[in-house]
Design a protein around this ligand. Sequence first.
Ligand SMILES: CC(C)(COP(=O)(O)OP(=O)(O)OC[C@H]1O[C@@H](n2cnc3c(N)ncnc32)[C@H](O)[C@@H]1OP(=O)(O)O)[C@@H](O)C(=O)NCCC(=O)NCCS
Length: 318
Amino acid sequence: MTPETGFVCITHPSPELADRGIDCILAGPERGGMARRLEIRARRSGFDALCRQYNISATNQVVCLQNDQVAAAGLWVPNPGKSAICYLPPSRYLQGREAQTAACLKAAAGEAAAAGMKMIQGIFDPEEKILPGIYQSAGYQLLAVLQFMEHTARWTLPEIQLPDDYDLETYRPDTHELFKQAIGASYEQTLDCPAMSGLRSLDEVIVGHQHAGTFDPALWFVLVHQDRGVGVLILTYHASMNSLDVTYLGIGHAHRGRHLGLFFMTQTRKIMRWTGARASTLAVDERNTPAVGLYRKVGYRPTQRREVYFLPLGVKSR
Ligand SMILES: CC(C)(COP(=O)(O)OP(=O)(O)OC[C@H]1O[C@@H](n2cnc3c(N)ncnc32)[C@H](O)[C@@H]1OP(=O)(O)O)[C@@H](O)C(=O)NCCC(=O)NCCS
């Protein structure tokens, strides 16, 4: 406990304390009254089921104690792609607990770094007024405002033929290098979350995309030009929602403006038909005007916006 603050943050909590921390993530700081217990009862079993499904460990948590009561908590979830995400209690309970929550975020970043993560992030509704200040005081910075988009209508896009000097390949162990080349080339002068560029190795980025859902190598496409990967389309089919997510689309800088992005959109339409997906979804950095322009042109429409704050951890690797 630090005398200046009057609270202490505990990493690697005991199972009993981790349990109390999860209750805090679901229903805010410990306090008297029936309402909190009812809120926990309503949400806890669903949350526990999610943790089991996604193998989330409650001990990857920072629990803040003040006067022996849980005042704040942060659950950080690592991803094999070396990027962690931190979950906090509902923001309506954070008023007056800003310092405690920021301390949890800071300690979670330290724990994630020690576990080999290259970055940690938090995502929330831009209408949330209290959260940006909390993230900033924990040292996090705004990464992007993400625009989530969906395509549910009929596609009116004409068929676009691939120019003769390009070939299309799917993911296999022997095309792995082509995917790395294409993803690397697409990061050049990118407007897609540029602050993230170079934080993770290209192999780590690929592993991250493979864990965006059920990995299906038949839905990963690379454009090959003169034996080098120059463009990439990574799709993930989510059976539970019957939707096809554009997990990543990128064209090498020298190959942009040749309607290769549009070609990949026709490929997305083809895979939607093949899988029977009812919708296609994606998330794009709002400042990425070329990508937003492409998606709008082919019929994607905005659904919701989210702010992403992040903290790079460790040294740049590329
Ligand atoms: C976004 C990106 C994929 C577009 O690929 P592209 O092959 O250059 O795009 P296309 O040539 O197929 O353009 C198709 C349409 O997109 C829009 N568009 C493309 N570039 C644009 C730009 N710089 N400004 C505005 N609109 C643009 C236009 O509507 C264009 O149609 P038009 O040429 O008939 O006007 C490419 O810029 C890229 O890979 N950028 C870096 C990585 C990235 O941002 N990925 C998106 C992740 S969400």
